[in-house]
Design a binder for this molecule. Structure first.
Ligand code: SF4
Ligand code: SF4
Length: 292
């Protein structure tokens, strides 16, 4: 089973529109939305949830007032000043280090796990999708990315699918690192702007560091053909595969509003043709096991 991860140096490059089109073109892939901080593939694929599971990560200390003697040791030891004057712990300040729990002489501090979000297995018109939602201001999104990828892999193996399509997070942080390990290839979606070139460099280097073969495509290429050409040249100089260019086209937005991929909304259009050419190149690069 091959996994293609679609990533970008920053948000808003059109990753999800491409992912939805690839899902339509692949037909029988398992889909994974690993952009858990800002998932949006569900807006196009309109999944129906098969089941949902809470995502637990980290712990928050809670003092049981009836057992606390007010000795003050926890307040002295807490490096984050999370223990208030009245010996209640402010959950927003508690970092979950567990020091107070360990040292409290009365064992008066509970340490329950945090529920930071939830993850879902859903049915879509293009196959099973695993996705998640991290609660506002919660951390550990890298752990949640690893979890949804792991579950999506299990499903792909159980269902005998040859392709796992993962919509990765943007940037170069922990969630992106968690989305890359073990992938067969990464497609980096870049915009033809100065910052787009810089973002592409960073994320492509990151994928190469993890020995994941990199393919590059430029979205909205016609808004700045010169920079799009710079991206193509730079990608090839660095040994990446330049997989293609997609023009800026309002059909992408119109398709999104209709909860459709570009392949469903305007299959005869210029934009859909460019995406199909891109997909063909990706399939060629990834080799056997994939069908187009
Ligand atoms: S260390 Fe334990 S007993 Fe002492 S103030 Fe904190 S919670 Fe209360
Ligand atoms: S768990 Fe750590 S951060 Fe939270 S209150 Fe206790 S000592 Fe402070």
């Amino acid at each position: 089973m091959n996994e293609l991860v679609v990533i970008s140096g920053k948000g808003g490059t059109g990753k999800t529109s491409l992912m939805a089109a690839f899902a339509a073109l692949a037909g029988d892939a398992v889909l994974c939305d690993a952009d858990v901080d800002a998932p949006d593939l569900h807006l196009i694929l309109d999944p129906s949830t098969r089941f949902q599971t809470p995502f637990q990560s980290g712990n928050t200390a809670q003092i049981r007032q009836e057992d606390c003697t007010g000795c003050g040791l926890c307040r002295d030891l807490c490096r984050w000043d999370a223990v208030r004057e009245d010996f209640r712990i402010d959950p927003l300040d508690c970092e979950g280090c567990g020091v107070c729990v360990w040292f409290c002489p009365e064992k008066a501090i509970d340490f329950p796990p945090n529920v930071c979000g939830e993850w879902f297995v859903s049915d879509t018109r293009f196959g099973t999708m695993v996705h998640a939602r991290l609660a506002p201001a919660e951390e550990n999104s890298g752990k949640l990315v690893a979890l949804v990828r792991q579950e999506a892999r299990k499903i792909a193996e159980t269902e005998g699918r040859s392709l796992l399509l993962t919509d990765g997070p943007p940037g170069v942080g922990c969630p992106v690192i968690a989305s890359l390990g073990g992938a067969a290839a990464a497609l980096v979606v870049a915009e033809p702007t100065v910052s787009g070139v810089h973002d592409l460099d960073r994320v492509a280097d990151l994928a190469s560091f993890f020995k994941v073969p990199v393919m590059v495509c430029v979205n909205k290429a016609d808004i700045n053909p010169e920079t799009a050409e710079t991206i193509r040249r730079t990608a090839e100089q660095k040994g990446h595969t330049f997989a293609g260019s997609i023009p800026f086209h309002e059909d992408f937005t119109r398709a999104m509003i209709q909860k459709q991929s570009i392949e469903e909304y305007a299959p005869e259009g210029e934009a859909a043709a460019a995406v199909r050419a891109l997909w063909r190149r990706i399939v060629e690069q990834m080799g056997s096991g994939l069908e187009f």
